[in-house]
Write a protein that binds this ligand. Structure first.
Ligand SMILES: [Zn+2]
Length: 268
């Protein structure tokens, strides 16, 4: 089994709290709530402490940005159940509201749906199946492949808001899984940008090697097809640059200057 990580990730802080490697193929999704409005950076700092003995594979902030804390090849310490976490990808989602609902922003939900779709695609999970019956969930009966933290411990996690959204999340993911698209990000092998980094600003209308350097990152982020790395920043590349800036919390101006370049280079 070859494991990859999601290209949707815009921040990485690998936690020491994990079991490496996992001992089961990925066939389950476990969505958690942070029980607080933590940014992905703050959550990463929490999981960076080895005394905390907790982690998750991914984290999603209220702003919709996605982080990687434990690579998919490894088992996170998230659900109070080793067996579950060896087969599950675990995702912590920030809350913009408190107990007992632990509300989650629409932006975080949108990112969650995209991330789970991507995880399913890369790990050959054909369909996401939710059940409101705990016995179905913990025994993976009737194809059920979504579990929740409260199945394994006396916890409110994932909160009532996310718990009640599970059937909707499954429906949205399945809709996306049924659409046949070219597998641009299906199995990205680690590679570095083959193009020369520009020294001047790249924006709509720019042509040449610098434009290709920018488009390589846009492809790596899943915003362009590889065949679209053509060295010309047209409308689609311009929109992709803005989307990449939005996801990273940068100024959304469509101009790839030094700040944007430095942020991208830290990622890949
Ligand atoms: Zn949890």
């Amino acid at each position: 089994m070859r494991f990859t990580n999601s290209p949707l990730v815009v921040y990485r802080k690998i936690s020491p709290n994990k079991t490496s490697p996992r001992n089961h193929k990925i066939d389950t999704i476990t969505i958690h709530c942070m029980a607080g409005n933590l940014s992905i950076e703050t959550c990463g700092n929490v999981f960076a402490s080895s005394s905390r003995k907790a982690s998750s594979n991914y984290g999603i902030g209220t702003d919709g940005r996605i982080a990687l804390y434990v690579e998919e090849k490894d088992r996170s310490w998230a659900s109070s159940n080793a067996k579950n976490d060896h087969r599950a990808v675990t995702i912590e989602v920030a809350n913009d509201g408190g107990a007992p609902d632990w509300h989650v922003s629409d932006r975080a939900i949108a990112s969650l749906i995209e991330l789970v779709t991507d995880i399913c695609k890369r790990n050959s999970i054909k369909k996401l199946v939710w059940s409101t019956n705990k016995t179905d969930r913990i025994n993976h009966l009737h194809g059920c492949n979504m579990t929740v933290h409260r199945d394994f411990a006396a916890k409110a996690c994932p909160g009532n808001y996310l718990y009640n959204l599970h059937s909707y999340i499954a429906e949205q993911v399945n809709e996306r899984l049924s659409v046949k698209t070219t597998p641009t990000n299906a199995a990205i092998t680690p590679e570095s940008n083959p193009y020369k980094e520009p020294t001047t600003n790249i924006r709509k209308g720019t042509k040449g090697e610098g434009a290709k350097w920018v488009q390589w990152y846009l492809w790596r982020f899943g915003l362009l097809e590889k065949s679209e790395i053509d060295g010309v920043i047209g409308s689609k590349s311009d929109m992709a640059i803005r989307e990449a800036q939005r996801r990273l919390g940068l100024v959304v101006d469509g101009i790839v200057g030094k700040a944007t370049r430095e942020t991208w280079k830290k990622l890949y």
